[in-house]
Ligand binder design. Sequence first.
Ligand code: OSB
Ligand code: MG
Length: 376
Amino acid sequence: MRITEAVLYDVELPLVHSFETSSHRKSSLRHLLIRLTDTDGAEGWGEIASPAGPYYASETTTIAKHTAGEYLIPALAGAQWDHPDEVSDLFSTIRGHYFAKAGVEMAAWTLWSTKTGIPLSTALGGTRSTVIAGVSLGIEPRIEDLLVQVGRYVEAGYPRVKLKIAPGWDVEPVRAVRAEHPDLDIHVDANGAYPGRGEQGYDEAIAIFRALDAYGLTMIEQPFAPRNLLDSARLQAKLRTPICLDESVETLDDLRTAVQLGAGGVLNIKVSRMGGLTTARRAHDLAQEAGWPVWCGGMHEFGIGRLANVAISSLPGFTLPSDVSASEKYYAEDIIDPPVTAEAGEVRVPSVPGLGARVKTELITQHAADSQQFRL
Ligand code: OSB
Ligand code: MG
């Protein structure tokens, strides 16, 4: 296969319910969508789901746009490839920029899947026809508001609820949700908001995690800053609740280090954070060897990135519910048809080649602040 054209759309969609994490609150998402076309006119779509601001990771939408346009798309020019893993290799000399790489590589994967007739899930080694979905709930103004949100998604059949926590919003909301839902699979995600050893508030942070340990949580996600694997390992030794790593693991080397240090026991595999489906699949294999269960995290993806998340979640090591809730949790109208839906908390894995849904180009154009075309 050889790519002859790429189009990059800069698209913003409003969220149906605004979302607050330990770092900031957002009410809309701005992602880049990319369409690749090859010499035979076959097309593939990908999504660059980096957040607009540099809070989850340093790679913002504007930076990703620059990286894709100046480095990644030009690297495709003239390249002949038979498998998307080779596209991933084309980017190997470019350091970091995992979100941008993931989106461009995803377009290569969906194009390849369409052309070969092999469904994305099958090509990745998927074994499930449905994946179990969990919801991720942001910080709310009051505990009562959080209880309404939790009740709503439990009612809809989602079997797992993840609660965002931050200093000042941790033990109390968890206690309240646990009191109303004694048997619910609950996990918390701090997005690295707690101070590490030597920083002010470390002792309080440890006391909070010890208190959280009593609520039967499935995991505590990313308690400390991304690079702070040592404090994560120290904390893991003190808790029975497994620590899950998200921001800490961008590369397979990061994962090997984390496993070696005992910095956790669960991995959140985000296709975007790890630079694409190829690395995500390798991380799954490595985690399986290490005995770490995995699940797929989300970045509030539009339908394209969401379907890639569904495909990777069908692999056998994804034994915990993934953040692949239905499109309607996020957007009034998704950019794919049909949108992703969940029934009793399960999302069906498409069994057809390609993305598994039609991309609504008209809607994309309507919501695009701009688009750039590259002829290769
Ligand atoms: O840490 O998992 C995270 C959203 C933005 C940035 C970071 C995270 C999240 C989520 C949302 O938790 C997961 C979803 O897409 O529903
Ligand atoms: Mg997380």
